[in-house]
Design a protein around this ligand. Structure first.
Ligand code: NAD
Length: 247
């Protein structure tokens, strides 16, 4: 489904991002995964190569919140492969701090990675995609962008911002044949969820109509669809992958 496509996936070293990288590779894409550290990037690539040594996968670890570093890294990728067809802005951090313990710095840290870093990837990629006549930008939103959450206000705020930029850029970039969509996972079994207290998770699972947590592959399948030509008339969509839990 992605033969001859070149993709960048941020936060590709584990969890949902790793599953997206693997799914894209299985479907013929060349993938550059971004992680926060050389060590985790190297480990992720080694684990993928173990699954299939012919997969075209490489990695980088630019500081996502540094606009210049992102522009430089993305320009290197364009020079190497000649094009960038798909950008997946997936790296993100969660939050469950209650409002009485909040600081301005804490709020900024979440917004900086979950929103500003997304723009840092989009800005250089848009120029490249315009020049090559099209492309596909995908963002990782969240179920909580629709319904909020009882603590950790920065996280749903950041994901609502991701929805806003997805809807707006779909309209602005449509004339350039650049599609912009997001996937909004529900509770998905990754390290991010493992970090939350068990007493918080189980009651949530009981409320999911499909009565199970999502798997990273469930989410990766949605990314594959949106990245592929099967979604050639889909843009400005926030695709929920949440077992219908939206409250
Ligand atoms: P995870 O913690 O397993 O992975 C997060 C990824 O982001 C990792 O690859 C990590 O290296 C990267 N990352 C984190 N901080 C970074 C930084 N400062 N610089 C560079 N990279 C950084 O989490 P996940 O569950 O796979 O989350 C992936 C995305 O899915 C996030 O945007 C998250 O908000 C979203 N999401 C997750 C769930 C869930 O239940 N797991 C639900 C909804 C949305």
């Amino acid at each position: 489904m992605l033969k001859n496509k070149v993709a960048i996936v941020t936060g590709g070293t584990r969890g949902i991002g790793y599953a997206v990288v693997e799914k894209f590779l299985q479907n013929g894409a060349t993938v550059v995964l971004f992680g926060s550290r050389q060590e985790t990037v190297t480990k992720a690539i080694a684990s993928l190569k173990e699954k299939n040594e012919n997969w075209e996968v490489s990695g980088a670890w630019p500081t996502l919140t540094d606009a210049d570093a992102m522009t430089a890294e993305i320009s290197k990728i364009k020079d190497k492969y000649g094009r960038i067809d798909i950008l997946v802005n997936n790296a993100g951090i969660s939050d469950s701090v209650s409002i009485d313990k909040y600081t301005a710095e804490h709020f900024s840290k979440i917004m900086n990675l979950n929103v500003n870093a997304v723009m840092n990837g989009i800005l250089p990629v848009v120029e490249i995609m315009k020049q090559q006549g099209g492309g596909c930008i995908l963002n990782t939103s969240s179920m909580v962008s629709i319904c909020g959450q009882p603590s950790g206000v920065a996280y749903p705020t950041s994901k609502y911002a991701v929805n806003g930029l997805t809807w707006s850029l779909a309209r602005e970039l449509g004339p350039f044949h650049i599609r912009v969509n997001a996937v909004a996972p529900g509770i998905t079994r990754t390290d991010m969820v493992a970090a939350l207290p068990k007493e918080m998770i189980q009651p949530l699972i009981n409320r999911i109509p499909l009565r199970r947590m999502g798997e990273a592959e469930d989410v990766a399948n949605a990314f594959l669809f949106l990245a592929s030509d099967m979604a050639s008339y889909v843009t400005g969509e926030i695709l929920s992958v949440d077992g219908a839990m939206r409250s």
